[in-house]
Ligand binder design. Structure first.
Ligand code: LMR
Length: 393
């Protein structure tokens, strides 16, 4: 049964963590997987999560099953966080999923059932797991132009020109904020323009928002998504609590469907539940129980928002400090674009070989596509990393 299987290819992000761990060099720097680190290089459990854990331990009386959709109060909290104040609130349904990748797969499976001929358009480049998950669901995938290697910003005109070709059988996958891997986000005018194209040409927007709060703040990061939800009849959304609640290993996310009516989304949710039953039955509870506990408690919500905002500020500072170091100690403004990028990631514009050189000669681990995780930097690493970037460039 197994002998004809080819040697497996390694996941371009997850395999880096293993290689980093096995690297004996003391000055190694992990800028691979998207995990936030504080200035001590640690990823501590967030304060609000620690408090919520105490509450859950004290109040949870059973470990019996929750239900196919997971925790419904969690689902509602996720919908509120993303869509509050929009007209979509009365025509939306959500299920809890094992992380956002689980949500992507559930919505991929739903599209395959609801509209089997769907082509999913993903940005070039996009999150490394978008194509594999959509293809695993049996969907066709194509790229739309997104990032300009020259300006290191979004090539909005070209993107819109290509998206104008998308029609009713197409689904356009957008990053809600903090584009992965580039760090270059579309502006609000582009959100408006894509919304108009969706209305005019009939494609369905699909927003993957895994970093809400890491860009310009919780509300601001949802602005484009909210505008879209207010103005289109149907829309798909995936979200994650891995980053903004620091719940990476708990696999806590949600798949959200906005439809023409409450009846439509109720049917879509029913289908999602059957698909979940045939895949993993129901999601793990712990992470969602913690998030629900925080978002239903005003004091805990304040503690969480404060810490998230500190993390966001720290990311901005790290970007600035790195650019200052490159400008002041190496006399180069070549990397000034790093300051304009949003969230955890930035694409340096390096080739696979240059990324390999960073890793082999300097022990600096970034993804092969040129992505580095700014949130993996510590202040003390910056001079070393800046020097390596200049030497490799
Ligand atoms: C990343 O892009 O580094 C993270 O989202 C981790 C993952 O699941 O790939």
């Amino acid at each position: 049964m197994f002998s004809h299987l080819p040697t497996p290819t390694l996941d371009p992000i997850l395999s880096l963590s293993v290689a980093y761990r096995n690297d004996p060099r003391p000055n190694k720097v992990d800028l691979g997987i998207g995990v936030y680190k504080n200035s001590a290089g640690e990823t501590p459990v967030m304060k609000a999560i620690l408090q919520a854990q105490d509450i859950v331990v004290e109040t949870q009386k059973t470990k019996s099953y929750v239900g196919l959709a997971g925790c419904e109060e969690f689902n509602q909290s996720m919908v509120n966080l993303l869509l509050d104040g929009t007209s979509a609130m009365g025509r939306v349904a959500a299920i809890q999923t094992p992380g956002a990748s689980g949500a992507l797969r559930m919505l991929g499976d739903l599209m395959k059932v609801a509209q089997p001929n769907t082509t999913v358009w993903i940005s070039n480049p996009s999150y490394v797991n978008h194509r594999p998950v959509m293809e695993a669901a049996g969907l066709k995938v194509k790229h739309y132009s997104y990032f300009s290697p020259e300006t290191k910003q979004v090539d909005t005109a070209r993107m819109l020109e290509e998206l104008a070709q998308a029609g009713p059988d197409d689904v356009v996958l957008l990053h809600g904020c903090c584009h992965n891997p580039t760090g270059a986000d579309i502006d609000f005018a582009a959100w408006q323009a894509i919304t108009e194209l969706a209305q005019k040409n009939g494609f369905t927007p699909f927003v993957d928002i895994a970093y809400q709060g890491f860009g310009d703040g919780l509300e601001e990061d949802a602005k484009g998504l909210r505008h879209m939800a207010d103005n289109v009849e149907e829309m798909l959304i995936t979200t994650s609590c891995s980053k903004n609640f620091g719940l990476y290993r708990e696999r806590t996310g949600a798949a959200i469907v906005v439809g023409k009516s409450a009846g439509d989304v109720n049917n879509a949710k029913g289908k999602l539940l059957t698909l979940a039953r045939a895949t993993y039955t129901m999601p793990p509870d712990h992470g969602a129980a913690l998030v629900k506990t925080i978002l239903q408690n005003q004091d805990l919500t304040t503690v969480w928002k404060q810490e998230l905002s500190e993390m966001q500020q720290r990311l901005l500072n790290l970007r600035q400090t790195l650019c200052n170091e490159l400008r002041n100690s190496h006399n180069t403004s070549q990397f000034d674009f790093i300051e304009s990028h949003k969230g955890m990631f930035t694409v340096l514009g390096f080739t696979q070989d240059q990324m390999l050189q960073l890793r082999e000669e300097y022990g600096i681990y970034g993804v092969g596509d040129g992505r580095i995780n700014i949130a993996g930097l510590t202040e003390k690493d910056i001079p070393y990393v800046a020097e390596a970037i200049v030497k490799v460039s």
